[in-house]
Design a protein around this ligand. Structure first.
Ligand code: HEM
Length: 534
């Protein structure tokens, strides 16, 4: 074997041998060559021009030129932390294994490692963390059965229920393609044209719309999944995280005050709490419904614009998550982390929710582009258990996913020469639901777009309703009249009082903004009279 090679013939990154003119501190380039001058490029005379063979300069600069990977198309701004999850092993008084055979829940001895990424949704990587925007709450469980990702938000419902609408929704919410400024008129144009979003808007513009930080925020899987037990029997399930630090939200005024001083407050808060040993914890709750369409309900249990009310579908505590370690490298761990709704383990399954299936395609598709074809080989995304596949090569393939004991010639299956084998399925009962029907493009039968929005309005306290009207009417004040009228109509359908108060709110807001505007014009005239010193 040659100098510095290991068994696969590749250089060993841990090889500590040094060149003659090198010490422990010596800067090298990526080829391991000691760098002799990191201050001056090579030039003809010390004023230049420079020459093209400046290898160290060209390598340094071309790597720098590629330091950024595409930002997530949504949820660009985030903060992450490591920790662990412990299952209580029970659902009410029953063993949890009656409902799921997933070891992350049935094994109460396990401390399953987790990585969590919290995020805001609409604006980019360095945008303020004080915006009225849902927050992402994505958890990767490195379980003994392989990885499970629970990709949720802080609010329990969503704007839309069909995945084909997601790109349009995000376009409307993101900055205008011409001005590059977010525009509430575009935002509400989409919302008014998508009545199913009335419920989500009712939460987003209420005091629940700006979480105070990531530690005191709830989380929810939003979409409906399934649990499968050892008999192959399934139930529908929804997941919710409750912070043991308590829940806290910001008023618009508080958010504005923080934003004027600091637009990293949530990232700082999480990082500092963990550094101080003040480890945040969340309890995981589930709601269960028998598998099926539930025609007796006035909504579809797969519709993610709907709550399953607690009084009818109780919340069961099933485990606890503790975050106790900050990332050592933000880029490697937080930026390159890749979560997806398809990442499930045995005992956890998809429901028929068409929105969930759309999401499941989108996550790994975007990650192959954003991070690269071999994103699952990165330590943050790889399971903390054995991986043995026949997938090979592609950009940035870092190693082969099979154990060294395996014959490296056989990267296919089946084979008579000794390939990897499928897992044993004897005595395994699979959940095999019967599905039949016409292939159609249609909306669901029980859209009930306004019922729960009205119920939420009525369940809010007085001050919550007041805050909602203030925020919503303020955001709608500059929108085209047709958008205002449609929003008033939808809120009236939810609850006549809701619509009436929104209509009054918009009128009052427009009147008071006009006064402020006139005052502002006068002030700016005064400023214009003072001479510009530059
Ligand atoms: C991130 C698509 C709905 C929660 C993302 C990303 C995409 C995406 C493409 C970027 C992923 C990456 O670059 O790694 C979609 C589509 C949806 C949808 C197509 C609807 C059809 C939802 C819903 C939730 C949600 C309903 C909440 C339950 C998240 C979270 C992230 C995310 C938390 C950030 C994950 C991270 O921290 O890396 N989504 N999404 N999304 N989405 Fe969705």
């Amino acid at each position: 074997r040659g100098f510095g090679t290991n068994a696969d013939g590749a250089g060993d990154a841990n090889d500590k041998r040094m060149a003659e003119n090198e010490t422990e501190e010596t800067l090298t380039n990526r080829q391991g060559q000691p760098v002799k001058d990191n201050q001056n490029i090579r030039t003809v005379g010390n004023r230049g021009p420079s020459t093209l063979e400046n290898y160290d300069f060209l390598e340094k600069m071309s790597h720098f030129d590629r330091e950024r990977i595409p930002e997530r198309v949504v949820h660009g701004r985030g903060a992450g932390a490591h920790g662990y999850f412990e299952s209580y092993g029970k659902i009410g008084d029953e063993p949890i294994s009656n409902y799921t055979r997933a070891k992350v829940f049935t094994n109460t001895e396990a401390k399953t490692p987790v990585f969590v990424r919290f995020s805001t949704v609409i604006h980019g990587t360095h945008s303020p963390e004080t915006l009225r925007d849902p927050r992402g709450f994505a958890v990767k469980f490195y379980t003994e059965d392989g990885n499970w990702d629970l990709v949720g938000n802080n609010l329990k419902i969503f704007f839309i229920r069909d995945a084909i609408k997601f790109p349009d929704m995000v376009h409307a919410f993101k900055p205008d393609p011409l001005t590059n400024v977010q525009d509430m008129e575009r935002f509400f144009d989409f919302i008014a044209s998508s009545p199913e979003s009335t419920h989500m808007i009712t939460f987003l513009f209420s005091p629940w719309g700006i979480p105070a930080n990531y530690r005191q925020m709830q989380g929810s899987g939003v979409n409906t999944y399934k649990w499968v037990n050892a008999e192959g029997k399934a139930v529908l399930v929804k997941y919710h995280w409750e912070p043991l630090q308590g829940i806290q939200n910001l008023s618009q005024k508080e958010a504005d005050d923080i934003q004027s001083q600091n637009f990293n407050h949530a990232t700082e808060d999480l990082y500092k709490a963990i550094e101080d040993g003040n480890y945040p914890e969340w309890e995981l709750h589930v709601q269960i419904m028998e598998d099926g369409e539930h025609k007796e309900l006035d909504f579809d249990p797969l519709d993610d614009t709907k709550l399953w009310y607690r009084d009818e579908f109780p919340w069961y505590k099933v485990g606890k998550m503790t975050l106790n370690k900050n990332p050592q490298n933000y880029f490697a761990e937080v930026e390159q982390a890749a979560f997806g709704t398809g990442v499930l383990v045995d005992g956890l399954d998809f429901s028929d929710d068409k929105m969930l299936q759309g999401r499941t395609f989108s996550y790994s598709d975007t990650q192959r582009y954003r991070v690269g074809a071999n994103y699952l080989q990165l330590p943050i995304n790889a399971p903390k258990k054995r991986v043995a596949t026949n997938q090979r090569d592609g950009q940035m393939a870092y190693h082969v996913d099979t154990p060294p004991s395996h014959d490296p010639h056989i990267n296919y299956e089946p084979s008579l020469l000794g390939s990897l084998k499928e897992a044993d399925r004897t005595n395994r009962k699979f959940h095999e639901p019967e599905i039949s029907g016409k292939l159609v493009r249609e909306s669901i039968d029980r859209p009930n777009n306004f019922g729960q929005a009205g119920e939420t309005w009525r369940r809010f306290n007085d001050w919550e309703r007041e805050d909602l009207i203030l925020n919503l009417s303020g955001a709608l004040a500059d929108a085209h009249e047709s958008i205002q009228q449609t929003m008033i109509k939808h809120c009236t359908e939810a609850d006549p009082e809701y619509g009436k108060r929104l209509e009054e709110g918009i009128k009052n807001h427009i009147a008071s903004t006009k006064d402020k505007h006139d005052e502002g014009v006068e002030k700016s005239r005064e400023m214009g009279q003072s001479s510009d010193p530059y």
